[in-house]
Design a protein around this ligand. Structure first.
Ligand code: GRF
Length: 199
């Protein structure tokens, strides 16, 4: 049985798109499938992308104790929760129910340039201001703090002297689109092996 993925996204949804396309392209193996895209914003472009791909969508209140999101995840029998540009903290109730089964991508080499308020252009502006010669992409497990859970994968990206936050963001995003779907796939495979081993 393919792992059932929920993708949570607040914005544009380009990583969501990369994940959908990746799992479509390896459809014969049926490792995982995005069965739900949910957002804290009913007008998130990510929901539109999902609807276009005939995937169920939902908007939920991110400010409750997690009950609404948890009910959604349980209703769709979600195995793995993938955060893709989701800007809110996941509540402890959901974290404890889905421990080790929520992953996030961050557009820098954590623990550098992470934490509350570090998202979007701010991350790349801070990297450039620091004079760092390289930045990158981090995929990590989610715990109850911003950008602090165990790291699953990292990939380096060079910073050019002429880079603006915009040009750097674009270079990093291209790498995200390659790395994230593949890490999600690996986590899904490991999860399936683990569940077979415990039967
Ligand atoms: C990405 O840069 C991701 O690393 C960060 O938020 C951005 C989301 O972009 N967490 P998109 O919505 O997937 O296009």
């Amino acid at each position: 049985m393919p792992s059932r993925l929920a993708v949570l996204a607040s914005g544009r949804g380009s990583n969501l798109q990369a994940i959908i396309e990746h799992f479509d392209s390896i459809a014969r193996e049926r490792i995982a499938k995005v069965v739900l895209v949910a957002s804290n914003r009913a007008d998130s472009p990510a929901l539109l992308r999902a609807a276009t791909a005939s995937i169920d969508t939902a908007a939920f209140n991110p400010n409750d104790d997690g009950s609404e999101l948890l009910a959604l995840l349980q209703k769709f029998r979600i195995d793995l929760v993938v955060l893709a540009g989701y800007l809110k903290l996941i509540s402890p109730k959901v974290i404890s129910e889905y421990a080790g089964r929520i992953i996030n991508i961050h557009p820098a080499l954590l623990p550098a340039f992470g934490g509350e308020g570090m998202y979007g252009a701010r991350v790349h502006e801070a990297v450039i201001a620091s004079g760092a010669a390289e930045t990158g992409v981090t995929v990590h497990l989610v715990d109850d703090d911003y950008d602090r859970g165990p790291i699953l994968a990292q990939w380096r990206v060079r910073v050019d002297k002429s880079d603006t936050a915009e040009s750097l963001a674009a270079r990093v995003l291209n790498v995200e689109h390659v790395v994230y779907p593949r890490v999600v796939e690996m986590v899904a495979i490991l999860q399936q092996l683990e569940s077979k081993a415990t039967v």
